[in-house]
Design a protein around this ligand. Sequence first.
Ligand SMILES: *Cc1c(COP(=O)(O)O)cnc(C)c1O
Length: 383
Amino acid sequence: MHLDWILACSVCANTRAPDGLPTVCDLCGQPWLVRYQRPAPTVTARAEVRRGHGMWRFRPFLPLAEGEHPVTLGEGDTPLLHLRRSGARIGLPDLWLKDEGINPTGSFKARGLSAAVTRAVAAGATRFVIPTAGNAGVALSAYASRAGVKARVFAPRTTPRVILEQVRVFGGELELVDGHIGHAGRLAAAWAAAEGAYNVSTLREPYRIEGKKTLAFELAVQFGWTMPDAIIYPTGGGTGLIGMWKAFTELIDAGWVQGTPPRFYSVQASGCAPVVRAFEAGADHGEPWVDPVTVAAGLRVPEPLGDRLMLRALRESGGGAIAVSDEELTEAARDASSTEGVDVSPEGGAAFAAAGHLRRMGTLGPESRVVIFNTGAGWLYRA
Ligand SMILES: *Cc1c(COP(=O)(O)O)cnc(C)c1O
C-alpha cells in the first residue's frame, strides 16, 4: 500500500516515513503532523466532496491510501444550527452551534479515533491503549470493536459514571485510576510498553488530528465554502483546535476557500486552565496545572502535549483564551439546552458562556459570524 504523505515534526525539522506505528518525534519528543505528498486536491474534487457523506468524504485531505477502507461508524455530518434566540440574547445575531453530541459514541472523539484506528489497524495493530478523561475511551472502545481488535482504557475514577459505563458497553477493558488524565497517561504508557499495545493518547500519534480536521471541512461546506470569523472551542488536549487550524490552512492552500482562517478562542474551566494561563503569560508552552478540578471532564487535562501547537494556533489566528467557572458552564449548558433543544454537555456549556463573555468584552463584535462547539452529548454526564 503506497502512503502518499510523510510525518513532519511540529517543532524541529525532523521527518519520518508514515509506515509502522508512529508515536512522537524521535529527536525532540514533540508531536508529528501529517504532510501530504500528493497533488493538491483540485477545485473539481470539491464538488464531489460536497455530494458525499460522512467525514471520510474529505478523503483528498485525509490519510487514506488508494483503495483503502476506513474503520467507520458513520461519524461526522453533524448539524450546524443557527442560534437565533441565544445569539440575540448576548448580542451575536450570527451565532452558530456545531452539535457534535450526535456523533457515534456521543462526542466528537469519534472523528479522531476513526482515523487513528483506521491507520493503526492497517499497520497491523491488534491491541490499543488510551488514557482518557472519558469520551476518548468510549470512542476508542467502539472503533476497536468495529475493527475486531482490543482496547484498554485508563480513566480517572471520578469520570462521569455513564461515560465509564459506555466504555464497558463498547467492549473496552476499563482500568480506573486514582488521579487525573496525567496519571492515567503514565499507567497507559507503561502498559503499552509491557504489552506491546499501541498508545493512541492525544498527539502521541499523528492521525487523531487528521480526523478532527473534518470539523473544519464540514463548517466550510455548511457555510458554502466560506469561513466563519471566530471559533470558540472548549479545549482539553487540543486535537480539535489544532486539527481545525491545520484544516483551514489546507483548504486555503488548495484554493477551496478564500481569505484568512477564523480567529480561534480557546475556552477552559477555571479549575484547569493551563492553556489560558500560558496564553496570558505570553509563553510558548504551558506549565502543568496542579490539582485540576472541573465537572467538564473533557477539559480536565492539566498538561497537554499539544500546548505549543495550541498556543501557536491561538496567536497566529489572532484569537485568544478564556476561562469560565464550573458554575457558569453548568448554568450555560442547562440554559442552552432548554433554549435551543440541543443536549449540551458541560464542555459545550463552557463555549456558550465564553461567547457571552467575549461579546461583553468587545472582543467579538455584533457583526461577527461565530461558531461554538457542543463537543459531546449532555446525557453522558447525567448521574
Ligand atoms: C475531549 C473533549 C474535549 C476536549 O477536546 P480536545 O480536542 O482534546 O481539546 C471537549 N469536550 C468534550 C466533550 C470532550 O470529550
